[in-house]
Design a protein around this ligand. Structure first.
Ligand code: AMP
Length: 188
């Protein structure tokens, strides 16, 4: 799970983070996230833990104090760098959800989505589009595909839903895609 290290302006973001944490625990799906206790990151972890879920945090040493390591996770992995954090989270996870967030959230989500396009994994990726938070991004990405910088099938790999239950359902039933990224070139 990728999400903001801030809470955001609207109460709906915190509410969605709480619902997602509880929903994951209820479905016995373990949560892998950045390991912080701040912002929506801490909210979703607390909600999953309070509902009896398993939560693994992956935090770079350099951020241990800045993002305040969560004190009561099922497991906290301290890693050497941001790159190691992302690689570790990618390896431990079976699918990826982005809640509302800032540059860090977008960066992490785009990286894992581009890895799917490149065929480096076949795990589903989805945006939790709370109160239309990601609407403008979605419209821009449709434009990117319309301008032939991305195949529609790869555009579709970045899924979206307005609430946690329907997003988890969509990710769990997603069909893996294996199509070459480059437009006009056939699969080899
Ligand atoms: P933000 O959405 O900006 O609040 O950041 C959410 C999370 O992404 C935080 O845990 C940040 O430490 C993390 N983050 C920010 N930039 C990067 C990056 N370049 N690579 C990996 N994680 C990042």
């Amino acid at each position: 799970m990728f999400c903001g290290s801030n809470m955001g302006r609207r109460p709906a973001y915190e509410a969605a983070a709480k619902t997602l944490g509880a929903e994951l625990a209820a479905r016995k799906i373990g949560l892998v996230y950045g390991g912080a206790s701040v912002g929506l990151m801490g909210t979703v972890a607390d909600a999953a833990l309070n509902a009896g879920g398993e939560v693994i945090g992956v935090l770079p040493q350099a951020l241990k104090d800045k993002e305040l390591a969560h004190p009561s996770l099922s497991e906290l992995k301290i890693v050497g760098s941001m790159h190691e954090r992302k690689a570790t989270m990618a390896e431990l996870s079976d699918g990826f959800v982005a809640l509302p967030g800032g540059a860090g959230t977008l960066e992490e989500t785009f990286e894992i989505w581009t890895w799917a396009q490149l065929g480096m994994h076949q795990k589903p990726v989805g945006l939790l589009n709370v109160e239309g938070f990601y609407d403008q991004l979605q419209a821009f990405l449709d434009h990117v595909a319309a301008e032939a910088f991305m195949k529609p099938i790869h555009r579709g790999l970045l899924m979206a839903a307005p609430d946690p239950a329907s997003l988890i359902d969509a990710l769990q039933t997603a069909e893996p895609v294996s199509v070459a990224k480059w437009i006009g070139k056939e699969e080899t």
